[in-house]
Design a protein around this ligand. Structure first.
Ligand code: GLN
Length: 484
């Protein structure tokens, strides 16, 4: 039952083969059994989940039920959940009980899904390995001494280990796609503004975007039908009409043009990963796609630009954590300045402090033009590169990550090498376009993700290609043996 997709569980619930209460009990017991090993949950909401499941059982079969009523899900601990701890992976918010639900959470609740708990993550979503969490590193279910990827590593690990059938994640520079790739699941980062950021704790507001992490593209489409849409409480939310994301899943992809950026297949890519990606491109060609090489000439500037823009925005966003209004406050402050300084010094971890310092530096008067302004100009170039490419092709394909999941502690003391592992994901956020990572094979028994990038609001097309790929392959159905 835990191997099932959302689509499968929906059928089982509606035909009364199983009740939501049974399903929820089953997943809660798996969470409790495996969380010690994986550390993928910060909070498990057993009581609330069972109460919600009981309500769902009364509704299933009536007109008030949605297609997903009664199915359990987990939320990244960056989404505010009314009455439930929302830590963002930080000591700073270890005592924070959110007084309201994020729009994402509200929509999921309204659709009748059951929230099992809050998943572990890199502190304030800063990281690529889920090792910067105040609650300790998350483990990759395929290999417990490897990272699950970050920053939505708890969500990815939980879905891959089948502790929940789906989870929410957020992606500022790759945090949905990269852990999806490393854990062998499907992760979609929607177009900037497609999913509301209201109640999603801000890291870098012009890049942050929430989205689904699931076992299949079809499941991602089902969740996008719940998550997408305008929200007047988010000033950058898009009012573009929302499509039915499941409608086009079964369209043939014959004749679709796929661009392969030369810059994504150069020396920086592990050769075994390259051959997995090449095989999956051949598979897409078998399905009728027409592939050709394209150029994204400013790819090499994406990491430096991202690691100026993201810290700049984070330094501003995180200034609200001052020991006065939210979260952690130091003991016995001498005066106001001591309260600010010590609360922040004691409440934030090292990576967050590093980002705040970089961000404050690049925004300071003497350096603004040299760093921040320049990074913004590069951001335009990167966006233009994609637009030029989309004049020629419908979709861009390539790897999600430079290699399979690396070992715990391998990169944590080498921030530059950690940052470089984001090379294939950050430019998508800088441009604000959608992209999906889907399982495409294995290297050394660890999963590898294929990334498909689309133009603005082309989520439906991405999901269509991903679904057709998944009908022809079974990589997305592989599960880690230890959690069968
Ligand atoms: N690894 C990137 C960073 O550390 C992206 C994180 C994210 O998408 N939240 O900033």
């Amino acid at each position: 039952m835990h191997q099932s997709t959302l689509a499968g569980l929906s059928e089982a619930l509606r035909s009364k083969q199983i009740s939501s209460t049974e399903l929820t009990e089953h997943f809660i017991s798996r969470c409790k059994k495996h969380n010690e090993q994986l550390n993928c949950f910060i909070t498990i909401n057993e009581e609330q989940a069972l109460a919600a499941a009981k309500d769902a059982d009364n509704i299933i079969g009536t007109d008030s039920a949605s297609r997903l009523t009664g199915i359990p899900i987990a939320h990244k601990d960056i989404f505010c959940t009314n009455g439930i701890k929302t830590s963002c992976g930080s000591k700073m918010l270890d005592n924070f009980i959110a007084p309201y639900d994020a729009t994402v959470v509200e929509k999921i609740n309204q659709a009748g899904l059951i929230s099992l708990g809050k998943t572990n993550m890199d502190e304030f979503a800063m990281g690529s390995s889920n090792e910067t969490s105040y609650y300790g590193a998350v483990k990759n279910p395929w290999h417990l001494d490897h990272v699950p990827g970050g920053s939505s590593g708890g969500s990815a690990s939980a879905v891959a280990a089948m502790l929940c059938p789906a989870a929410t994640g957020t992606d500022t520079g790759g945090s949905i796609r990269q852990p999806a790739s490393m854990c062998g699941i499907t992760g979609l980062k929607p177009t900037y503004g497609r999913v509301s950021r209201y109640g999603m704790i801000a890291y870098a507001s012009s890049l942050d975007q929430g989205g689904p992490m699931t076992r299949s593209a079809e499941d991602a489409a089902l969740l996008m039908n719940v998550l997408a849409g305008f929200d007047e409480r988010d000033s950058t939310s898009s009012d573009q009409l929302v499509e039915d994301y499941t409608e086009r899943l079964n369209n043939p992809i014959e004749g679709i043009k796929i661009g392969l950026p030369k810059q994504y297949f150069d020396d920086g890519l592990d050769s075994e990963v390259a051959s997995v990606i090449e095989d999956s491109i051949k598979q897409l060609e078998k399905l009728g796609a027409i592939c050709k090489e394209i150029e994204l000439p400013n790819t090499h500037l994406s990491i430096p630009a991202y690691y100026v823009v993201a810290p700049a925005e984070c330094s501003s966003n995180l200034s609200r954590f001052d020991g006065v209004r939210f979260g952690y406050r130091c003991e016995d402050p001498k005066d106001l300045s001591d309260l600010y300084c010590r609360s922040r010094a004691e409440g934030f971890g090292n990576e967050v402090k590093r980002r705040i310092m970089i961000g404050t530096y690049v925004l300071s008067a003497g350096y603004y033009d040299a760093y921040y302004l320049k990074a913004q100009k590069i951001r335009h170039l990167i966006r233009d590169d994609f637009q030029t490419a989309f004049n020629e092709v419908d979709i861009i394909a390539g790897p999600t990550a430079t290699g399979p999941a690396f070992k715990l502690n391998e990169k944590i003391n080498d921030p530059v090498s950690m940052y470089l592992s984001d090379i294939y994901t950050v430019s998508v956020n800088l441009a604000g376009i959608p992209a999906i990572s889907i399982p495409a094979g294995f290297v050394s028994s660890l999963p590898i993700g294929l990334q498909l990038i689309g133009n603005y609001f082309k989520e439906s097309q991405l999901l269509n290609v991903a679904h057709q790929f998944q009908l022809a392959t079974d990589w997305h159905q592989r599960t880690p043996e230890a959690f069968a």
